[in-house]
Design a protein around this ligand. Structure first.
Ligand code: FAD
Ligand code: UDP
Length: 400
């Protein structure tokens, strides 16, 4: 009998597995339907011995001392500040847009002060900034919006920026100084030996058993456990009862080139040309020295593994219905980017998982000797085992 079945071995599931096993002495079964741990942050050495991120570039950055300190228990770090260029009008320009971007694009030599005036002169006033289009146009006007954001967003989401919440494009700021870093967080670093090694260290505990290539529906009702932590797509958990929640997918095309350096920046974004959105060269991120170099192209897709929740009002409404179901489901805790339908970065998911652990502890669900009492009452079947019928979610065959 496991105390916890944890579905999904990404940041959400792995952080909780570690906390429950190490800090609360619980016996945990961690499963993933993929053949590896790490979720979307998984990295590995390819056939040429180059460290690559299977699911696209993952750069760690956070302002949370708590999150950074926690993850530092499992890895050393390599200092790394991410820089991105956008291919616009035949030039490779810094993105986020900054002073150099504008000066290079228009052949000017504005000062920061003059750039502020320039932005003010091209910005279109907007009373309520609701959409991703509003965010950009209200700050830097239509021309820059069309050069840097409109095409990229259309490709990435298959939606016009006017159909997406402001929060999506607001991830990319605009600057009037020369700071060309993609992020300005206090802590910016890459796990020195990669993400997968960090996850291995996190999960290396006798109370944690790992089963890969396993969908939770394959073992539900076969392997007994008391509580579930679920980090997969929330609509799938409930058999798509209210319809499908849109998640955006990507296809990753990995390549090794037979030269030391492929491109002039870690990531180059292509807002206007090519069917892919961006190209990443991993050696910049990993610091690896090698005579060859590995790159990845990202092609946005409607179908495929769910990678991005799609932030817009109607999806948020639909998610609220699933959230209500989730809250009414005894003994199952929903956490992570897919299960809470939030466009979260790795540090935010880590913080969310640590907060769930604190909540479980505060509720004394995981207090010493409390488990049996609390769960037996909650489940009503006396043996503390989670039952899918009792919890009302569907099995693979569609039965409740
Ligand atoms: P996931 O990593 O998706 O893990 C969920 C796991 O659950 C998966 O492994 C899945 O196989 C498993 N699962 C689902 N359903 C089932 C089931 N029924 N049975 C068994 N297993 C199941 N964040 C950053 O901070 N910096 C970045 O630079 C960055 N870049 C990104 C680039 C891309 C292309 C993408 C897609 C994301 C990026 N992110 C980045 C976000 C980051 O990937 C997520 O914040 C983080 O991985 C989410 O962790 P998670 O545990 O919630 O979900
Ligand atoms: N974006 C854009 N042009 C760019 C970079 C980003 O239009 O050059 C928009 C696009 O809609 C993208 C969003 O901003 O999906 C968030 O960008 P980010 O780089 O944070 O995306 P992620 O790394 O999460 O895929």
């Amino acid at each position: 009998m496991f105390d916890y079945l944890i579905v999904g071995a990404g940041f959400a599931g792995s952080v909780l597995a570690e906390r429950l096993a190490v800090s609360a002495g619980k016996k945990v079964l961690l499963i993933d339907r993929r053949n590896h741990i790490g979720g979307n942050a998984y990295d590995h050495y390819n056939d040429d011995g180059l460290l690559v991120h299977k699911y696209g570039p993952h750069i760690f950055h956070t302002n949370s001392h708590h999150v950074f300190e926690y993850l530092s228990r499992f890895t050393e770090w390599r200092p790394y500040e991410h820089r991105v260029r956008a291919s616009v009008d035949g030039l490779l320009l810094p993105i986020p847009i900054n002073l150099d971007t504008i000066n290079e694009l228009y052949g000017l030599s504005l000062t920061s002060f003059e750039l502020k005036e320039f932005f003010a002169s091209v910005a279109e006033p907007c009373e309520h900034v609701r959409t991703s289009e509003d965010v950009v146009i209200s700050k830097i006007g239509r021309e820059l919006y069309e050069k840097f954001f409109k095409g990229y967003t259309k490709k990435q989401w298959d939606l016009d920026p006017s159909e997406l919440d402001a929060s999506v494009i607001a991830r990319v700021p605009t600057r009037t100084n020369r700071d060309d870093r993609y992020f300005t967080d206090t802590y910016q670093a890459m796990p020195l030996h990669g993400y997968t090694r960090m996850f291995e260290n996190m999960l290396d505990h006798p109370n944690i058993k790992i089963m890969l290539n396993t969908d939770y529906q394959d073992i539900d009702g076969i392997i007994p456990y008391r509580e579930m932590i679920y980090s997969g797509p929330v609509d799938e958990f409930f058999g798509f009862r209210y319809g499908k929640l849109p998640y955006r997918s990507l296809e990753f095309k990995h390549e090794t080139v037979n030269k030391e350096v492929h491109q002039s920046a870690p990531v180059i974004n292509y807002p206007n040309e090519h069917p892919y959105t961006r190209v990443t060269e991993f050696k910049y991120l990993t610091g690896q020295e090698h005579s060859k170099s590995a790159i990845v192209y990202e092609y946005p897709r409607a179908e495929g593994d769910p990678y991005y929740p799609v932030p817009r009002p109607e999806n948020s409404e639909l998610y609220q219905k699933y959230k209500a179901l989730a809250e009414a489901t005894a003994n199952v805790h929903f956490v992570g980017r897919l299960a809470t339908y939030k466009y979260y970065n790795m540090d935010q998911v880590t913080a969310q998982a640590l907060a769930l652990f604190d909540k479980l502890r505060a509720q004394r669900v995981i207090g010493e000797g409390e488990m049996e009492t609390v769960v037996a009452n909650g489940n009503g079947n006396g043996n503390g085992k989670h039952s899918s019928n009792g919890n009302g979610h569907r099995r693979k065959d569609g039965s409740a």
